[in-house]
Write a protein that binds this ligand. Structure first.
Ligand code: DC
Length: 225
């Protein structure tokens, strides 16, 4: 069974998708980590990120391994490095490259062949797995997502500016939504879960309920909370 989880940055997809996969005993595929790896590889090779042929060539040489909780690029651990803000800032041109997206989607399909997966990203229910048995679109208002990020940083002892976080997040949302290939959009048959005011455990319980109902027979529904 394939469970796709798409949605905007800061909706809490990654941690809840990982926990969902663990609960179900499914493989967890973090597709954002794949785009981060290609971006990091291009930065290391010092190619022009806006040169689609050069970045595609690098992408073709990237061996990305996503094991539970760790990410390896060409056999070297990059789990922490791909989370560097410099990588996030440079990712736009890579994520907009249609040929790199096609390559990533092919790899995602290969990884999920023959095993149960929870796959998380922006285009999983629309492009990568249009026939997935269970599609979830996880979202929250921009203010709620920025507030969570702000709190995370404060909890980690990092000084943060809420307005700045909100501005950057709005920029990322616009980049993700306006992309011509694989834009951030809910699949027509996705169940939309708006997580405002919900704890992570409540979101996880809701997703488990949705997956279990899909396993016992599909039904079309839209959940707002
Ligand atoms: O989920 P994340 O923040 O790790 O994703 C990093 C970037 O990759 C983000 O800017 C959007 C992009 N991305 C994408 O274009 N398609 C995906 N399936 C997953 C992520």
């Amino acid at each position: 069974m394939i469970v796709t989880i798409d949605g905007p940055a800061g909706a809490g997809k990654s941690s809840v998708a990982l926990k969902l996969a663990e609960n179900l005993g499914f493989f967890f595929l973090d597709t954002g980590a794949m785009y981060r790896c290609v971006t990091l590889a291009c930065m290391r090779a010092q190619v022009d990120l806006h040169d689609p042929a050069a970045t595609l060539e690098i992408a073709n040489c990237c061996q990305i391994d996503l094991a539970r909780g760790s990410v390896a690029l060409n056999r070297l651990d990059v789990t922490r490095e791909i989370r560097n803000p410099a990588v996030a800032k440079s990712i736009k041109a890579i994520a907009e490259n249609p040929e790199i997206r096609e390559l990533m989607v092919q790899q995602q399909r290969r990884i999920c062949t023959g095993q149960d997966c929870v796959t998380e990203g922006r285009d999983q229910g629309t492009v990568a797995f249009p026939n997935a048995e269970c599609k979830i679109f996880l979202t929250a208002t921009a203010e709620e997502r920025a507030r969570r990020r702000y709190q995370q940083l404060l909890d980690a002892g990092i000084d943060a500016d809420f307005d700045e976080i909100l501005i950057q997040q709005n920029q990322r949302d616009a980049n993700d939504s306006n992309r011509l290939t694989g834009p951030l959009i809910a699949a027509p048959d996705a169940i939309v879960v708006a997580t405002d005011g919900m704890s992570e455990q409540q979101v996880l319980d809701k997703l488990l309920e949705i997956v279990r109902s899909r396993r016992s027979g599909p039904s079309s529904q839209s959940v707002t909370k």
